[in-house]
Design a protein around this ligand. Structure first.
Ligand code: HEC
Ligand code: HEC
Length: 359
């Protein structure tokens, strides 16, 4: 019996390694992954692996000052108070603005019940308003059927990251695997109940203020003057690092610097296909706000969107419905995809009246 189990485990391990190597090969053939979207400075190498993320906890880290970590903090417009220990306690998601979203069910606040104390609430990474951050995803406003289907794909190992170093994608798969059918349904209904609204400010630029890259995380704007050449990247960063990262204020949005000219080039491809792809509205609905089990793609994180298009292109994302996207991305170059996600991010949804971007 034990021998049999080992064989099964080995077989599963081998399948995962092969999938990783195949997608690395596919990326090399395309000139390498779009590093800005995965937030790495160098291309992944064969054998690279993500170290599992630490379970959520309330422990102080080495060299941390207890008083500083435990003192109550506030954010503008909220009556709540949380310490930095509360802010990072992924098993008890903090809620600066309970009025901005429906009451969080236990799956969103505490995570899958089957994982006990090491469970992470969905709101810890995706924020209680589900608008997400560049390094994860924006599930707010997605159709219920789409979220249910994609959570099943995560659970079945069909949504890997093309970058094997990206640690939060395997965490996401583990959570999806641990979810009950009821929890999947509750999470999908919660996300669908929050209408999408403007969250990303898109700016075309040749040069941007100096930006620091947090490996596998996101860019942080550090400079004041626009001195750093943008090139053909998109740099997506918090409008306010302290609000977005230190106290996780879910009303503090993001800015995306996109290459000059990318919006018009992206518009042609998205609206007409530009002779190289299929107009996106054919499947994603006329305003690109999603329909039945096809996701909304307008006004959302360009880093997330780029990773998904790339993951689909190189075969790291490969659920049953992903097949419909294969011909869409097949003939698009990395620059085409950059132009597309720049334009998509700039499309403000019809529900933009409830904007919560901080600036
Ligand atoms: C550790 C952070 C983290 C937590 C906690 C987390 N997620 Fe995610 N989630 C991610 C990341 C990262 C991605 C995108 C993966 C990628 O880009 O490779 C993602 C993607 C998703 C998507 C895909 C959205 C789309 O448009 O296709 C859904 C749905 C989702 N998560 C639901 C959940 C649910 C439900 C929970 C709670 C049980 C949860 N997540 C908890 C990190 C997290
Ligand atoms: C033939 C139908 C079809 C067309 C045309 C199409 N899509 Fe899709 N798209 C889908 C489906 C179905 C999915 C969900 C895939 C899955 O579940 O893995 C999807 C998913 C996506 C996603 C992932 C979203 C997320 O939240 O993870 C992005 C990004 C995307 N499409 C962009 C585009 C763009 C850009 C175009 C136009 C250039 C386009 N699609 C055209 C059917 C289509």
């Amino acid at each position: 019996m034990r021998q049999h189990i080992q064989l099964v485990l080995c077989a599963a391990g081998a399948a995962v390694v092969t999938a990783g190597a195949a997608s690395l090969y596919a990326q090399a053939a395309q000139g390498g992954e779009p590093l800005w979207a995965y937030a790495y400075a160098t291309q992944p190498k064969p054998g690279d692996k993500a170290a599992p993320q630490a379970a959520p906890n309330r422990n102080l880290r080495p060299n941390e000052d207890a008083a500083e970590q435990q003192k109550p903090r506030t954010v503008p417009g909220s009556g709540a108070q949380y310490s930095l220990v509360d802010v990072r306690d992924g098993h008890n998601v903090i809620d600066w603005f309970p009025g901005d979203h429906p009451a969080m069910p236990p799956i969103i606040k505490n995570g899958p019940a089957s994982m006990g104390a090491v469970a992470r609430g969905c709101g810890s990474c995706h924020l209680p308003n589900a608008k997400g951050r560049p390094e994860n995803a924006p599930p707010a406003g997605q159709p219920v059927a789409y979220t249910v289907q994609t959570l099943r794909d995560f659970a079945a190992g069909m949504r890997l990251s093309a970058d094997p170093r990206k640690a939060n994608t395997p965490t996401m798969s583990g959570l999806a695997k641990a979810m009950s059918e009821d929890e999947i349904k509750q999470a999908a209904e919660y996300f669908a109940a929050i209408p999408w609204s403007k969250w990303i400010r898109v700016v075309e630029a040749d040069k941007i203020p100096e930006a620091k890259l947090e490996q596998g995380g996101m860019y942080i704007i550090e400079g004041k003057e626009a001195t750093e050449p943008l090139g053909n990247r998109i740099v997506e960063a918090p409008e306010d690092d302290f609000q977005a990262n230190t106290v996780r204020n879910p009303r503090s949005g993001f800015v995306a610097y996109v290459p000059k000219g990318s919006l018009e080039k992206g518009r042609q491809l998205v609206l007409n296909g530009g002779g190289r792809t299929i107009a996106c509205g054919t499947c994603h609905g006329p305003t690109l706000q999603g329909i039945v089990n096809i996701p909304a793609i307008a006004g959302r994180s360009p880093s997330y969107m780029m990773r998904q298009l790339w993951d689909m292109k190189v075969g790291a994302r490969k659920g049953p419905m992903t097949q419909l996207m294969k011909p869409v991305v097949a003939n698009l170059t990395q620059d085409d995809l950059t132009n597309i996600v720049a334009f998509l991010a700039s499309m403000n949804p019809p529900t933009a009246a409830t904007t919560t971007s901080s600036r």
